[in-house]
Ligand binder design. Structure first.
Ligand code: NAD
Length: 252
């Protein structure tokens, strides 16, 4: 069933949440657009302004590492000050009430953490863009320090501990998925009874395999998104409209 009227969507979501006891939310870039973070595929996406730099190119080319950091700081200027929106607060409340067991996110913007959801309930499939880490030894580096050095020298940062290349703590195209996050996402998904896919075009794999995994383990699948997705036909319910508007009743 596809619902497009916001009141009907809110009522149907409330019923689905009422009937569930182990909810997993799966979020994509669409939950953060009302916070000023542009999504990936919409028109004029700043993320698609340039061809993405694959992981092996980042590792092998100092010039491309410098380019990656130039792009990173330009994007940060667009969204680093973003604050959580209604969707983030709604999900934080579902976690706090014990209804939701996990938030699996493709997002890298740290806004689930900022909305008060504890770290141990958040699974980041594509990493986190609010800090960096050394590709050789794993040491965490803060962006403010990296930016200061980068702006002073123009050189791509190297780890202060081991000299290895430092990269934003996100998963680039061609970079292996984080094994522990994938394990936690799988565990939460197969155990849930309601899987809420919110704000994702559901075309980036392996992340987009989780809704079908939940269905195959007898969970209900509800998709909340502004446009159609390839998995709508698998869903028990599709709520099509603005994410913040649909989730607003759960946000306070
Ligand atoms: P996507 O851009 O492919 O899809 C976002 C979906 O959300 C689209 O279908 C769009 O129509 C919908 N949408 C946008 N705003 C909406 C709103 N207010 N209400 C309802 N629907 C809305 O994003 P994706 O599926 O998450 O895949 C993009 C990849 O890019 C992810 O892997 C992620 O790591 C990365 N990314 C992350 C962020 C972020 O952290 N906020 C932003 C851009 C890209």
């Amino acid at each position: 069933m596809i619902l497009t009227h916001v009141d009907e969507a809110r009522a149907a979501l409330a019923r689905a949440i009422d009937q569930a006891s182990r909810i997993v939310a799966f979020t994509g870039a669409g939950i953060s657009t009302e916070c000023g973070v542009p999504d990936f595929r919409s028109t004029n996406s700043p993320w698609l302004k340039y061809k993405p730099i694959d992981f092996d190119v980042f590792v092998s080319s100092e010039l491309m590492r410098e380019e990656a950091w130039r792009r990173k700081f330009a994007l940060d200027d667009i969204y680093a000050q973003a604050q959580p929106g209604r969707g983030h607060y709604a999900l934080a409340n579902l976690v706090a009430s014990g209804k939701a067991t996990a938030i699996i996110t493709q997002n890298i913007d740290n806004l689930h953490q900022c909305s008060g959801t504890p770290d141990d309930r958040i699974v980041e499939l594509h990493g986190n863009g609010t800090y960096a880490s050394c590709l050789s030894c794993g040491l965490r580096h803060e962006l403010v320090d990296i930016r200061r050095g980068f702006e002073a020298t123009g050189a791509a940062p190297l780890c202060s501990a081991c000299g290895g290349p430092v990269k934003s703590a996100t998963i680039s195209f061609g970079q292996p998925m984080p094994a522990e996050a994938m394990r936690r996402a799988h565990e939460a998904t197969v155990a849930c009874d309601l899987f809420l896919a919110i704000g994702s075009s559901l075309i980036v794999y392996p992340a987009a395999s989780y809704p079908s995994l939940a269905k195959s383990h007898n969970a209900r699948l509800v998709i909340v998104n502004g446009e159609a997705t390839p998995l709508d036909s698998e869903a028990d319910l599709v709520l099509r409209g603005d994410i913040g508007d649909i989730l607003e009743p759960f946000a306070s």
